[in-house]
Design a protein around this ligand. Structure first.
Ligand code: G3P
Length: 213
């Protein structure tokens, strides 16, 4: 499974990339706004750090505007993936951009049939939001499971990119289900790396080593 980092914060991206396990980056307008920079400024730095798919989201809500923004973002670098929301106008834009061989990540997917529509429209990535479904008492990973099951019956090239990841359990379930990608905030990347017994074990090994010298 590919692991992306879900942030526009350059220091986090640099730190996670230094671990050697980050395959790409996802951003959204809220994450970019937190940095106080423009999307283009953030993208310039991100593209220098990570050589993989970098999702950059449009802010238009009409198909024509999304297509224009998408083309402009895609021209910045071949690694830029245009993120388009799962709305009617978005579907039109996904089809138009896919027909121009521009990679699209369909965002804000909350039920499997939305993912099927985006796959049919030619999206490269489908982003089901698991944490936000869990937040309202639904089962986000069950939705991902259903989406993966559905896609297995057909040949759409679309990849399932599990988004709105909130904890290590989401990452483990995504890998068990065979999701193509999980995109994680830095906090979850740190959580999946850490186990208290690893730290206790290392402390004991080093203490024993130092005693024996
Ligand atoms: O980037 C999209 C998604 O991962 C957002 O996550 O935590 O704001 O629901 P969250």
């Amino acid at each position: 499974m590919k692991l992306f980092i879900d942030t526009a914060a350059i220091e986090e991206i640099r730190e996670a990339a230094s671990w050697g396990v980050i395959d790409g980056v996802t951003t959204n307008p809220s994450l970019v706004a937190k940095t106080g920079r423009s999307l283009e400024e953030a993208l310039t730095d991100i593209l220098e750090i990570v050589d993989g798919p970098i999702s950059a989201e449009v802010v238009s809500t009409e198909a024509d505007g999304m297509i224009e923004e998408g083309r402009r973002l895609a021209r910045i670098h071949p690694n830029v993936v245009v993120k388009i929301p799962m709305i009617e106008e978005g579907l039109k834009a996904i089809r138009a951009l896919a027909d121009e061989d521009i990679s699209v990540n369909t965002t804000l997917i909350f039920q499997p049939a939305q993912g099927l529509l985006a796959a049919k429209a030619g999206a490269t990535y489908l982003s089901p939001f698991v944490g936000r479904l869990d937040d309202i008492g639904e089962d986000g990973m069950a939705m991902v499971h259903s989406l993966i099951d559905m896609l297995e019956n057909y040949d759409y090239p679309a990849q399932v990119l599990v988004a709105s990841v909130r904890n290590p359990g989401h990452v483990i379930s995504a890998a068990e289900m065979g999701a193509d990608v999980a995109t994680c905030p830095m906090s979850v990347l740190r959580q999946i790396m850490k186990h208290p017994l690893t730290d206790i074990g290392l402390e004991k090994f080093l203490a024993d080593y130092n005693k024996s010298r």
